[in-house]
Design a protein around this ligand. Sequence first.
Ligand SMILES: Nc1ncnc2c1ncn2[C@@H]1O[C@H](COP(=O)(O)OP(=O)(O)OP(=O)(O)O)[C@@H](O)[C@H]1O
Ligand SMILES: Cc1cn([C@H]2C[C@H](O)[C@@H](COP(=O)(O)O)O2)c(=O)[nH]c1=O
Length: 213
Amino acid sequence: MPRPVFLSLDGLDGTGKSTQCRLLVEWLSAQKIPVTQCADPGGTPLGQELRKLLLFGREHTIATTTEALLFMASRAQLVEEVIRPALERGEVVISDRFLLANVVYQGHAGGLSADALWQVGAFATGGLEPDLTLVFDLPPDIAVTRRNREADRMEERGADYYARVSTGFKYEAGMRPAKYRLIDATPDADAVQKVARREVSRLLSDHGWNVQE
Ligand SMILES: Nc1ncnc2c1ncn2[C@@H]1O[C@H](COP(=O)(O)OP(=O)(O)OP(=O)(O)O)[C@@H](O)[C@H]1O
Ligand SMILES: Cc1cn([C@H]2C[C@H](O)[C@@H](COP(=O)(O)O)O2)c(=O)[nH]c1=O
């Protein structure tokens, strides 16, 4: 009997996470593997409101700790309302970002304690962790050129902030190689997808799913 799987995708803004999520969901759905896709922040009605506030709420000054906790609140609701129920139904869940982003953006780049964020994150998610996180890696200057839309509140932060985000992802990925896979996001989307599918095939097979690459 196949067991539920929780997968997340993360990385700098513009590295192609949403594209890769969509392609993974299409690939698994075509094989009739039940998959729930979600996004963090967001993914629930409350989470959508928090996402709007965090990415476009320019009328407020938001302190970094407040910002971190608002992301945590959105994720707590996402876990409760979407992710746990899908896992209880035995599905594969693919989340566009998860707690790692909090640790990297508000911790490594924003100056909060990464350890404290992992702890608050464990409380917010009830200890739920992805079985695997694919971390897409792209030099920040290339990632910026791929974002062909107006910058949101987070993306307005300068090159130094994004350099710290990039280093933070690499640092965290290096700390837990069993849980994170750093994937070079420089090649075209199909080539990146090939690498992602290889990783996901291995994970799903380990959980008893019959999956074709
Ligand atoms: N491997 C790739 N090579 C070149 N362009 C890509 C690649 N993957 C995605 N893109 C393009 O880059 C842009 C950003 O991609 P996408 O929205 O998937 O990234 P993202 O990481 O989810 O971004 P964000 O974090 O800002 O939401 C899109 O225009 C997309 O078509
Ligand atoms: C989960 C999470 C996200 N962020 C940042 C990362 C991005 O700049 C935005 C989310 O936009 P995307 O289109 O979904 O990539 O928010 C963050 O700073 N902290 C977090 O916990």
